[in-house]
Design a protein around this ligand. Structure first.
Ligand code: FAD
Length: 332
């Protein structure tokens, strides 16, 4: 029995999500092969080959796979899928659609958004953008699933590289070709993978960037926004978080001047810790926040940045004063 793990990457680097998805793939205690699909993605295949416990990497490399269409991707998958008992990928729109196509071709089922796996055929998955969960059992001979990767611990990289096998590919079937991507810097995927996000609402107005950029820099955070901020053209559309934007799962989500409308909440409810800053104590964001600061964001945010910088200074000076640091500096 073998498991096929689909590689998420940006054409240059393997996504962080792969280390977590590999943990999920190990549930079956079976041989795991990784499929890397794209154009000129040999370096990505080499990174995948270093994932601990992967037995080999399949490389599907062709110009038409550079910006692969779902139809081409699922046609390619169909040529190898019958060898695998399990096909698994981190949950994102591309894999969810590609695997739905594959499941249709194979007349089997697809289980999406899995957060827990039991006995290799029973899954807890999210519904309604994380508002509810349900447990499902699949008696299909082949299990096809996407996982919400942040719910699984990341695997480490190994020391020895597994072999890379280059696939001979079917021709691209679709007569449609993607000619340009609307999110060239892959911001959406960076938001999905971010460990810390600082996000702002429309009330920041023209002071959105001057207020939040220093806070994001102090926290090493990605920046996001509500639809209110996006609609008011304060920031680009791919910054939007929520029902019609990105769903995020950072360890820390800082919401500044965001009311916390239901459509925003569904995109952030899987965050580990939410800090909300809002002048209205009745703002819905406080219903979902772990910690709330009620007050004027233009006063609170600068104080927060000062406190963060002060903490960083103290940590740095403690490190410099430690005997190890002094000895180290004497040796230089
Ligand atoms: C079909 C549909 C899909 C949608 N999808 C999304 C989505 O994906 N993402 C999304 O975010 N929204 C989405 N929305 C819109 C959503 O309903 C809200 O309108 C939007 O989230 C509000 O944005 P906001 O919080 O920036 O603005 P507002 O709701 O106007 O809130 C501004 C907040 O700022 C606070 N504030 C003002 N001044 C200060 C200050 N000086 N200090 C501190 N706080 C202050 C106010 O108290 C208020 O709570 C969707 C709506 C629909 C109908």
């Amino acid at each position: 029995m073998k498991v096929l793990l689909l590689a998420d990457h940006d054409g240059r680097e393997l996504a962080e999500a792969m280390r977590n998805t590999l943990t999920a793939a190990q549930t079956w205690n079976a041989e795991i092969e990784v499929l890397v699909c794209g154009h000129e993605v040999q370096p990505v295949a080499e990174q995948a080959a270093l994932l601990a416990g992967v037995s080999s990497v399949l490389l599907a490399d062709a110009p038409y796979l550079a910006q692969a269409l779902i139809e081409d991707f699922s046609a390619l998958l169909a040529t190898v899928s019958s060898q695998y008992k399990v096909i698994i990928a981190p949950h994102n729109r591309f894999f969810a659609s590609g695997l739905a196509h594959l499941a249709g071709r194979c007349d089997t089922g697809l289980i999406q958004d899995v957060i827990e796996i039991y006995n290799g055929n029973t899954y807890v998955r999210q519904r309604c953008a994380g508002v509810a969960t349900e447990t499902v059992h699949s008696s299909e001979a082949q299990q096809i699933l996407t996982v919400r990767f942040t719910r699984f611990a990341p695997c480490s990289f190994g020391t020895a590289a597994s072999p890379i096998r280059v696939l001979s590919l079917p021709d691209g079937r679709s007569s449609t070709r993607r000619t340009q991507s609307a999110s060239p810097q892959g911001l959406r995927s960076r938001l999905r993978e971010a460990r810390v996000i600082v996000s702002g609402g429309r009330s920041l107005g023209e002071r959105f960037l001057p207020t939040l950029q220093p806070l994001a820099a102090a926290l090493g955070a990605q920046m996001g926004a509500t639809r209110g901020a996006v609609d008011n053209k304060l920031v680009p559309r791919d910054w939007q978080i929520g029902q019609t934007g990105s769903s995020v799962e950072p360890q820390l989500y800082v919401a500044v001047g965001a009311s916390g409308a239901t459509q925003h909440q569904v995109g952030i409810r899987n965050s580990s810790f939410i800090l909300a800053i809002n002048k209205d104590p009745k703002a819905p964001i406080f219903g979902i926040a772990d910690f709330g600061l009620v007050g004027d964001m233009f006063e609170i945010v600068p104080k927060l940045i000062d406190a963060l910088e002060e903490t960083q200074r103290k940590t740095l000076s403690k490190k410099v004063e430690s005997p190890e640091a002094i000895q180290e500096s004497m040796h230089c």
